[in-house]
Design a protein around this ligand. Structure first.
Ligand code: DAH
Length: 339
């Protein structure tokens, strides 16, 4: 009997030691201590034990039961602790970990350039105005003294919505709309999107942006134009910047000019940036044509003014030394993040 009990005890303890989970532990409990368990079986066989030995055997059975129960409890507690520890580990939050930043996007180089130009002109007392992108042929061409047979009116260059309606090819129509609405003095810039039927390449896009400028008052002369645009160039490209005006032709200004700035990269010596020229063309400008003034309801005998038009992309490309206009429209975050 003693050996049987010892065997049961060893066996059970070994099984408990090997046991890996709660369910199995319960099975072991039932197998030994349950109603039909091995130890219970021994108790049931007491009747076969000699009466004088019964107290002794009874005590041994109780001891074995106690040992097994203790071991079971101990193992159960260990398992529970281990389980809890694993759970804690899995749910651990490292509060020292730097937080992930929310990506909130980025200003586009065009926007940065536009805000810079706006800042400069607002500083000189200009108003920022807007005009429609879908424009009447009248404002886009006719009121700007661009005759019906002008090559700019060709379908090759202009997107027509109908015979009389176009996608504006320039921001210059905003000049006319402003003069019609507002009495001089006028000092405004008009940034916006323009459209031309061009193939996409490194320097062309069917849709791009311009910033128009218009000043109308009494006694405005070409020297006002020069002084203003020279100041603009210095603010935009640095105080060393010099400007040069080359005669040009635009139907809505007389005289007309194109303005070059000294290359801000080489200071005018000639480099890759300015293609060895030392100068970079930056905008078109001129004194508002008397015919344009008259068509817009302003008396050219009383008032005069100047106008200019700048390509926004051109400024952005130059300022940030981007060599392909397409990069501005691809919205590749790796590119945009650099500005
Ligand atoms: N609208 C002209 C263009 O798209 C640019 C321009 C030139 C605007 C001279 C002006 C100006 O206001 O005076 O090429």
């Amino acid at each position: 009997m003693k050996e049987t009990l010892e065997k049961i005890r060893q066996e059970a303890l070994a099984k408990i030691d090997e046991c890996m989970d709660m369910d199995r532990l319960n099975e072991i409990r039932v197998a030994y201590l349950g109603k039909k368990g091995e130890l219970t079986q021994v108790l049931k066989n007491m009747k076969n034990v000699a009466p004088e030995d019964r107290p002794k055997v009874g005590q041994m059975v109780n001891e074995t039961r106690a040992a097994l129960e203790e071991k079971l409890e101990e193992t159960k507690a260990k398992m529970a602790a281990k389980l809890r520890e694993e759970q804690m580990k899995a749910e651990k939050i490292d509060v020292t970990l730097p937080a992930r930043r929310n990506k909130v996007g980025h200003r586009h180089p065009n926007t940065i350039a536009l805000e810079e130009v706006e800042r400069i002109f607002i500083g000189m007392g200009y108003e920022v105005v807007e005009g429609p992108e879908v424009e009447l042929d009248y404002y886009n061409f006719e009121a700007l003294n661009i005759p019906a047979n002008h090559p700019a009116k060709d379908e090759q260059d202009t997107f027509y919505i109908s015979k009389d309606i176009v996608l504006r090819t320039q921001t210059s129509p905003v000049q006319v709309r402003t003069m019609e609405k507002q009495k001089p003095p006028i000092r405004m810039i008009a940034p916006g999107r323009v459209f031309r039927a061009d193939e996409v390449d490194a320097t062309h896009s069917p849709s791009f942006h311009q910033i128009e400028g218009l000043v109308i008052d009494k006694n405005i002369t070409f020297s006002d134009l020069k002084g203003t645009l020279a100041e603009f160039a210095k603010e935009l490209f640095g105080p060393e910047t010099k400007v040069k005006f080359r005669p040009h032709h635009f139907p809505f200004t007389e005289p007309s000019a194109e303005m070059d700035v000294t290359c801000f990269k080489c200071g005018g010596k000639g480099c890759r940036m300015c293609k060895g020229e030392g100068w970079i063309e930056i905008l078109g400008c001129g004194m508002v044509h008397p015919k344009v003034l008259r068509m817009s309801g302003i008396d050219p005998e009383e008032y005069s003014g100047f106008a200019f038009g700048v390509g926004l992309e051109r400024i952005a490309l130059l300022k940030y030394e981007i060599d392909d206009m397409r990069l501005l429209y691809e919205n590749d975050i790796r590119f945009l993040n650099q500005f």
